[in-house]
Design a protein. Structure first.
Length: 659
């Protein structure tokens, strides 16, 4: 560290709040603090402001229908099409402006103007129709960051077929479960992709996933690897390029969708082993992602905005595809990893494309810090106007590093708390309005009613920790879990609501996060309070991982916990009990690791596997994960007095943390 840097870091370390730079405030889309009071006074009518950002085919007559909580409906009576909002309406004014700037892993690029994107979305929509896809059919997509993914999403939106994108890093088994659960008869996949310059085959995994599905599946295959990988095509598989060529020049009228019609499904992890199919709608979701893109990401059509998430997760859906394109901006899409070919790859892209906003995850920022400030320092990053983070808590040190070394102390940082279920951002400062406090996401957005409560649902005092709750509905909220209203209520509402009541005031949404409130109403999110682990900002259910481990021959029982990890935030630590006669050791450990990779994907790969004769359990037989976490983190062990077998904790601790 140079003397200058040391001095700077010492100065910043002492500072716990930052004002947004006046140069930013002067041009910000939202800069009037009165917005908080106005939205509160006018709730729920305030959300007309979000709906007004969209083009409606027929106007809505009610902003919020709360007659049947928690099945809230927004902008009822209105109809619109998401693809028309992201494409058609921009053609006159900015048809030749860039919609998607795609940067491939091998350094190749593809630039889609709004006109070009509109053309290909239409052709592919026509292609999908020719394969039999009809309105309301769920189309699954299993692809990495190739342009065909957002094209396919928008083509589905155009014909009113909800999409269900499965992260390409997930396993074949995960694909099967999601296709089965959604009754999805169509799949858009690819032959493979590039990682660190090498081709990586994907189709085999995709085929295995389809083979597990009980019903017939028609597939479209994107030929990303071209000559680098030859694969046969079955009768029910169609080549993407050929399909588009067959429909060259065709247009498909956007199907008029009711505001409450499903736009997409996204499966996410929860407390039980079975992933949850989160249902988002056309009107509310698109209004929410557009409004937050405008007021939090500060997007204008003139920007070159970059969200470095993967479209396989909700962040990519909301803030690479729908929000930015609805606002007519240029959205950058990067296929590769941040350290290939060199550790300055992101900064090279920011410089080359004059990126104006960068939205990334704390796990990435921690990696950048580890690599060193010389990588960003070698590039001109002065085009940046705003920085954002999402997915997990960011510690003040990482925040300040981001602020200084990437933002040059000239960009506000938005630390945005939200989840798959909320559709878009919920808690964050408005960058043109609020003081920033590193480590704290900030106040809830205007019109968003978040309260931190104790176990009995009473608001906690400033300075206290409690559970984050959302007390009023919002347009971007999930409407239900696909074909499972009962689980929807059970998972999100039962904790703090009177589930027999028809009064919306009695219904409180519980996102399963712990949080702390300060005297200014700022919220610091502490992390999940359910059995969900957040690895590099990706949500994994402990139950899913445990059932994969127990599925391995030789394993009788397993428990997994999230232990602290420098870069990933949390990593998976697995504890396993062997079956009678099975041998503990390297071989079984490898079988467990590949068992998890096969069932879920490499992101869930355990960092360590510990064999133990017993797991710590309460008298009622519940595994005490808290103690296993203490062991994984080499922390002082918590209270063991309620355990049936307290001696086992000491034994495991000895084994893991012997030195
Ligand atoms: O625990 C919270 C954490 O990520 C969870 C949601 O994960 P997912 O549905 O995959 O969506 C991630 C992208 C929105 C939350 O329940 N989380 C998300 N953002 C933050 C966060 N934790 C702390 N600070 C954040 N800014």
């Amino acid at each position: 560290m140079s003397d200058d840097t040391a001095e700077l870091e010492a100065r910043l370390a002492a500072q716990d709040s930052f004002e947004p730079p006046s140069s930013f405030v002067e041009q910000a889309n939202a800069s009037d603090p009165a917005i908080y009071d106005e939205f509160e006074a006018e709730w729920p009518e305030c959300w007309r402001a979000a709906a007004d950002l969209l083009d409606w085919e027929s106007p809505y007559d009610t902003v919020l229908d709360d007659s049947n909580p928690p099945f809230y409906e927004w902008f009822t009576g209105g109809s619109l099409n998401a693809s028309a909002n992201c494409l058609d309406r921009h053609l006159d004014e900015r048809g030749s402006s860039v919609a998607i700037e795609w940067i491939g892993e091998l350094g190749e690029t593809r630039t889609y103007t709004y006109e070009a994107l509109h053309r290909e979305v239409n052709e592919f929509a026509a292609g999908l129709r020719s394969l039999g896809v009809e309105e309301d059919d769920v189309v699954t997509m299993y692809m990495p960051m190739v342009p065909e993914l957002p094209i396919a999403m928008l083509a589905c939106a155009r014909i009113g077929a909800p999409h269900s994108v499965v992260f390409a890093g997930f396993s074949a088994e995960a694909l099967t479960t999601r296709m089965e659960s959604a009754g999805s008869e169509y799949l858009i996949t690819c032959d493979g992709y590039y990682r660190r310059g090498d081709p990586l085959e994907h189709k085999g995994k995709s085929d295995d996933g389809v083979a597990g599905v009980d019903h017939d599946v028609t597939s479209v295959v994107v030929d990303r690897l071209e000559d680098a990988y030859d694969h046969p095509m079955a009768d029910d598989e169609h080549d993407y390029d050929e399909l588009v060529a067959d429909h060259a020049g065709e247009t498909v009228a956007p199907v008029s969708r009711d505001a409450e019609d499903m736009l997409f499904l996204m499966y996410t992890s929860g407390t039980t082993g079975q992933p949850k199919g989160v249902k988002h709608t056309t009107g509310g979701y698109l209004a929410w992602t557009s409004w937050t893109s405008q007021n939090v990401l500060d997007i204008t059509p003139e920007d070159t905005y970059w969200c470095s998430a993967d479209i396989g997760w909700i962040t990519g859906h909301s803030y690479i595809v729908y929000g930015p394109l609805a606002l007519g901006t240029t959205s950058v899409m990067y296929e590769g990893t941040p350290d290939y070919p060199e550790k300055d790859r992101l900064w090279e892209i920011v410089e080359e494309y004059s990126v104006t906003q960068l939205y990334t995850a704390p796990t990435a920022i921690r990696a950048f810090m580890k690599w060193g400030e010389e990588y960003p320092a070698g590039h001109d990053l002065s085009s940046l106007r705003l920085l954002g983070t999402v997915g997990e808590p960011i510690n003040p040190r990482a925040w300040k590093w981001y602020y200084t070394h990437i933002g040059n102390e000239a960009c506000p940082i938005i630390d945005t708390w939200w989840q798959t279920e909320t559709g878009g951002m919920m808690v964050t400062t408005l960058p043109g309005v609020g003081t920033m406090k590193p480590g704290s996401a900030g106040p809830p957005l205007p019109g968003v009613d978040v309260e931190i409560v104790d176990v009995s649902g009473e608001p906690v005092e400033a300075g206290q920790a409690g559970y984050l709750t959302v007390q009023k509905p919002w347009p971007g909220m999930l409407r239900t879990l696909y074909q499972n209203d009962e689980r929807f209520i059970e998972e999100y509402w039962a904790e703090y609501s009177d589930v027999d009541s028809d009064d919306p005031d009695d219904w409180v949404y519980f996102p399963e996060d712990g949080a702390k409130l300060d005297e200014d109403g700022y919220i610091t999110v502490l992390g999940r309070v359910d059995d969900v682990i957040n690895v590099s900002g990706h949500r994994l259910g402990t139950m899913e991982i445990e059932s994969a481990i127990v599925g391995v021959e030789g394993v009788a029982e397993a428990a997994v916990v999230g232990g602290n990890h420098d870069v990933k935030g949390q990593a998976v630590y697995a504890y396993a009990i062997t079956e009678e006669g099975a041998e503990e050791g390297k071989e079984l450990e490898s079988a467990i690791i590949s068992g998890v990779e096969d069932a879920i994907g490499p992101i869930a790969r355990p960092e360590a596997v510990v064999f133990t004769p017993e797991l710590p359990k309460t008298r009622s037989g519940k595994i005490m994960r808290r103690l296993l976490e203490d062991i994984a983190n080499d922390d002082e062990l918590g209270n063991t007095s309620t355990l049936r077998n307290p001696e086992v904790v000491e034994a495991i601790d000895q084994k893991v943390n012997a030195d």
